[in-house]
Design a protein around this ligand. Structure first.
Ligand code: ATP
Length: 248
């Protein structure tokens, strides 16, 4: 359903993605785990097409040269060089690192902005779904985004992505900076989204522990390369993964 083949990405001469191939089927959660600077955001930007935009802007500004190689196939279609807006229309939706909530807009307004690709019945249905999934957002629906806690912002960021009707949801470090309790709550919600919405989900994370139990398949990214992959059981049984990601 979704496949990245032999992705290579250079920032000038610096290799940030080194021959990364990954797959994600509908109704599946795929994890991409890696430490700081492993290349997780670079990968998410490349899959969502934002990297194409960054590349063009750098070119126009005479900035650094970004080179992308490889193929990205979504539902049988080659989307490697498709603009991010057209990828979003096709159902590839990025929920970015650090949430990027609009601080001057209320919770509901942030959600409605996410729904710009949806028709009115989808908007109404998904709005109801998001408030059901994250009841905490209901109480604060009129509060400005800039006044939300980190956990509330992350729920809102995921909710806003859902409003765009994803077929493939890309979650970039959704647990960053949150308390363990909120991390486990969000991991459970991500699993519910997979079960209830039928979307494919790729989640990039540093913190493997809360996410590992909910994934169907995972990749370990080191210095831009996918060095190990397997089911969650295979990864959790791998001594190298255990010592690097679970401190054992
Ligand atoms: P983190 O968890 O800290 O967000 P990450 O795994 O998401 O890390 P990336 O942000 O993808 O890692 O960065 C991968 C590597 O590419 C890093 O060494 C980073 O410094 C470098 N890099 C990222 N963006 C650029 C850029 N625009 N120009 C040059 N190098 C970059």
């Amino acid at each position: 359903m979704f496949e990245a083949r032999q992705l290579m990405l250079f920032y000038e001469n610096m290799l940030a993605l080194n021959n990364v191939s990954l797959q994600c089927e509908a109704d599946r959660i795929v994890g991409v785990f890696g430490a700081n600077s492993a290349g997780k955001s670079t990968l998410m930007y490349t899959l969502s097409g934002i990297m194409e935009d960054i590349q063009k802007k750098e070119q126009m500004a005479g900035g650094e040269r970004i080179t992308i190689r490889g193929e990205i196939i979504f539902q049988g279609r080659d989307v490697t060089h498709l603009k991010p807006s057209l990828r979003a229309r096709a159902g590839i939706i990025l929920c970015p690192e650090r949430r990027r909530i609009f601080p001057e807009c209320t919770v509901v307004e942030n959600l409605m902005i996410g729904g710009y690709l949806a028709n009115s019945s989808q908007t109404e249905e998904t709005l109801g779904y998001v408030f059901n999934l994250f009841p905490a957002l209901t109480r604060i629906s009129k509060r400005l985004g800039g006044f939300l806690s980190g956990g509330e912002q992350q729920m809102l960021a995921i909710g806003r992505s859902l409003m765009a009707q994803p077929r493939l949801l890309l979650l970039d470090e959704p647990l960053l900076g949150l308390s363990p309790m909120i991390q486990y709550m969000l991991a459970k919600s991500i699993k519910e989204i997979r079960n209830q919405r039928g979307a494919a989900i790729i989640v990039a994370e540093q913190y493997a522990r809360p996410i590992m139990p909910i994934i169907d398949y995972g990749y370990i990214l080191e210095n831009g390369a996918a060095v190990v992959d397997g089911t969650n059981k295979e990864l959790m049984d791998n001594p190298d993964v255990k010592s690097a990601y679970f401190g054992q």
